[in-house]
Ligand binder design. Structure first.
Ligand code: ADP
Ligand code: ZN
Length: 287
């Protein structure tokens, strides 16, 4: 039985097919355009590969409340053509197979939990620090969704006294995403993160914000492991800085056995999104 997967991102869509053993046998990537063009591309790809079920890890916010009559639709987004677009309905109509949908970050967390940096623990988080900031949480093989789904990138953090940047979140200004995403770094300093690799103060400030966020997630969810991924985390010097600031903030209130294995890098080489989408099907009880 072939399984299909879609990693539906705000800038690109990745589609893949895997055989029964989980091996990816076909894969394609195309830019996220308007929904009509994008889903025509999706249908063309899966038309060439017979699949029996599909998992989709979607950008959001997306309605994941199964009792809602807009379940599977994109909600609020600056991408106007996608606002209120019924992603799940469209795919069901086009493909006529069982489809399982979750957030892109929950899917990534699930793949890392199953095959990557979280495979030896019973709960983990995956946090992406990229164009936006988002996080997913998995416990005992199930992603956490809640009423619709968490939006952990938009939490409030204390702004550093030396940081005058107003923040670039269109909804909240200086929320975590508004202060610490890749575009926030670029806007604050007028240079991309990659060009600031040697500027120690940039990564100290970045770690100051990420450590606060992880402390909050840790106190609320108590994950056994925190996996930090996304483009900005390619700055490997961030890991020790985040660990150090996290420890200072927690201040021994809750014990962490080993910081080196608590806050870690992903292990699935940017494949966690698509493999997680596939895993949504494999982990569903009813297939
Ligand atoms: P997306 O979040 O769109 O899926 P990424 O996770 O690659 O994509 O994040 C893109 C963001 O990460 C951009 O703002 C980019 O400037 C930043 N970024 C990408 N690579 C690096 C790097 N090596 N160092 C610092 N920032 C980076
Ligand atoms: Zn925000």
């Amino acid at each position: 039985m072939n399984i299909g997967a879609i990693e539906a991102g705000g800038t690109k869509f990745v589609c893949a097919v895997a055989d029964e053993s989980g091996k990816i046998t076909a894969k394609t990537t195309f830019p996220t355009e308007d929904p009509e063009t994008t889903f025509q591309n999706v249908q063309r790809f899966f038309g060439d590969h017979q699949i029996h079920a599909l998992g989709i890890g979607s950008f959001g916010p997306v309605d994941l409340d199964k009792s809602s009559n807009t379940y599977g639709s994109i909600l609020n987004t600056p991408k106007t053509k996608w606002k209120n677009y019924d992603v799940l309905g469209r795919l069901k109509k086009d493909l006529q197979i069982p489809i399982f949908i979750d957030t892109d970050v929950n899917a990534a967390a699930l793949a890392e939990y199953q095959y990557g940096a979280g495979r030896d623990v019973s709960s983990c988080m995956y946090i992406t620090v990229g164009t936006g900031i988002g996080a997913g949480f998995v416990q005992n093989g199930k992603t956490y969704i809640g009423k619709s789904h968490p939006e952990m990138g938009h939490i409030l953090v204390r702004q550093h006294a030396s940081d005058q940047f107003a923040g670039n979140c269109p909804y909240h200004g200086n929320c975590l995403e508004g202060l610490a995403s890749g575009p926030a770094i670029e806007k604050r300093y007028g240079k991309k993160g990659i060009e600031l690799a040697d500027a120690q103060h940039v990564w100290e400030l970045e770690a100051f914000y990420l450590a606060q966020a992880i402390m909050n997630y840790f106190l609320i969810l108590s994950p056994e492991r925190v996996i930090l991924g996304g483009g900005v985390m390619k700055q490997g010097q961030l890991y020790p800085l985040v660990r150090k600031k996290f420890l200072e903030l927690v201040n021994d209130y809750v014990a962490v056995d080993d910081m080196e294995t608590f806050i870690v890098a992903p292990e699935l080489d940017d494949e966690q999104g698509i493999r997680g989408a596939m895993e949504l099907v494999r982990s569903a009880d009813n297939v």
